[in-house]
Design a protein around this ligand. Structure first.
Ligand code: XIL
Length: 483
């Protein structure tokens, strides 16, 4: 099969994991790893098994247990410690996307991408490369460049060969083409498809293969986890690509799922792609909950995670799972899906959720040591004073950022005013759920009527996108009653 090329340069702790993964998917040890009966554990072993991290357990089984990482968080010790301890693989959540690494034609900026690759090397982790050709987070010079076919192929080749070439020794697996098919199961409209037709996919794979013939090359998308019209379209597409001899090695099911709605056909779907000769990975797993998260919802979510990871682990040829973030605190979900959140196995205070223990157990570790724990995301006591405002930067990119401010009432309010001062030359471009005015670096945000009345302990949030001149500060806002 394509992914048994076996020509990888293996490094560090990850080497053992990859070597065993290759042994597993080639068949030899599959039964031992997936179906072994185990004797009851002694009390001492049970404590040890609980202390094992997801990374330890995945390493023992030769599986990938990865996470998406943002370079802007790596200087936070709890974040970095968790990313290194719990995961044997990292993926750049945003720092390797086209708009970040080649914002202008031929001008590459590797600062943030390198930080993550360096982090992985320091911690003996694999890196899954995300992503080379995608319609989104694509700089305007590509999307609106009006290139001819030949020019666009040149642009793609420069981007792919430079990026893959740079990380030849560091990145073994790549999402070469991301999301080329839409929810209607037809090719998605993009500058690549419009200019080159569906051949842009085969071309991108050939370019990546030329830049690193040893890398395992994936196509990646969402809503293809179960058997449906869109995953059927992928099935036909990759079968055709393989028949044409295109160097494609795997398919990533992103796994952006809704709790309680995990497709029952995941395992069957994984199996059919493995049967085509492909490696399958769950590349961006998160399972979102309608907020607020209750204990019951977190337990449903744990069953959902268990279902997904077991579907992968049951098929030798599914090499592992990557979750889309280290902690709920920085997950993209609340910013993208209104009212939803708590989508990851580790919560925003780095507490292990029932979902974490479900994965732990699926990997052969112990179950939740204290399953009756109260939910960790309970409403907090009202703050002293009128109100408090908590300011959080939720996303950053070159020149811009997004922030969210949560206002929590200390006493009953009919309106609120939050004020802060930017420290990094930032300014607000567009705000929602608050009326925002600025005077130099000072900013004042007031409620917009419907969200002004809060009873003691109640919270509401507003957000904005802004620009910055190179750095993003985290101001400490004040909050007062009245607007
Ligand atoms: C998301 C990131 O998580 C966000 O921070 C960013 O604002 C948008 O992109 N499919 C993908 C990922 O392939 O790259 C996306 O990541 C989530 C959907």
């Amino acid at each position: 099969m394509a992914f048994t090329k076996g020509r990888r340069r293996l490094r560090g702790r990850a080497a053992g994991a990859v070597a065993l993964a290759l042994a597993l998917v080639t068949g030899g040890f599959a039964a031992a790893a997936h179906g072994q009966e185990s004797a009851p554990l002694s009390a001492e072993d049970a404590v040890r098994a609980q202390a094992a991290t997801l990374r330890d357990l995945a390493d023992q089984r030769g599986l990938r247990m990865g996470t998406a990482v943002g370079s802007q968080h790596l200087n936070q010790s709890e974040y970095a410690r968790t990313a290194a301890a719990e995961f044997n693989s990292v993926t750049h959540e945003n720092d390797l996307k086209w708009e970040t690494v080649e914002p202008q034609r031929g001008q590459f900026n590797w600062t943030n991408a390198d930080r993550i690759v360096d982090f992985a090397q320091q911690n003996g982790q694999m890196v899954h490369g995300h992503t080379l050709v995608w319609h989104s987070q694509l700089p305007s010079w590509v999307a609106n460049g009006n290139f001819s076919e030949g020019e666009l192929l040149d642009v793609m080749d420069t981007h792919i060969s430079t990026t893959v070439g740079r990380y030849r020794d560091d990145i073994d697996t790549w999402d070469v083409v991301n999301e080329p098919i839409g929810d209607n199961a037809q090719f998605r409209d993009s500058v690549f498809y419009r200019t080159l037709g569906e051949d842009f996919i085969a071309e991108a794979f050939r370019m990546a293969d030329r830049a690193d013939p040893d890398a395992r090359l994936f196509i990646n998308d969402y809503n293809i986890d179960g058997i449906n019209a869109k995953s059927d379209a992928y099935y036909d597409l990759v079968r055709d690509l393989l028949a044409q001899g295109v160097p494609i090695d795997g398919i990533g099911f992103q796994g952006h799922l809704i709790s309680g709605q995990v497709p029952s056909s995941i395992q069957q779907n994984i199996q059919r792609f493995v049967d085509l000769g492909l490696e399958v990975m769950i590349t961006e797993l998160d399972i979102r909950i309608q907020m607020p998260a209750t204990q019951q919802k977190l337990e449903q979510q744990a069953r959902d995670y268990e279902q997904v990871v077991n579907a992968c682990y049951a098929v030798s040829g599914c090499s592992g799972v990557i979750v889309w973030g280290v902690t709920d605190a920085y997950s993209w979900v609340p910013d993208t899906f209104e009212g939803q959140g708590a989508a990851l196995p580790i919560d925003d205070s780095y507490q292990k959720k029932p979902a974490y223990w479900a994965i732990h157990e699926a990997l052969g570790g112990e179950p939740d040591p204290d399953p009756t724990d109260p939910p960790t995301e309970e409403p907090t006591d009202p703050p002293g004073g009128d109100c408090e405002a908590d300011y959080r930067v939720t996303n950053e990119w070159s020149g811009g950022f997004q922030a969210e401010v949560t206002v929590t009432a200390g006493s009953d309010l009919t309106g609120w005013t939050v004020a802060w001062s930017f420290g990094g030359g930032e300014s607000v471009s567009h705000a929602w759920n608050a009326s925002v005015s600025s005077n130099g670096s000072s900013v004042t945000a007031t409620d917009v009527g419907y969200n002004g009345a809060l009873s003691a302990g109640q919270s509401t949030s507003f957000g904005f996108v802004g620009t910055h001149g190179g750095s993003v500060s985290t101001p400490q806002p004040s909050c007062t009653s009245g607007s």
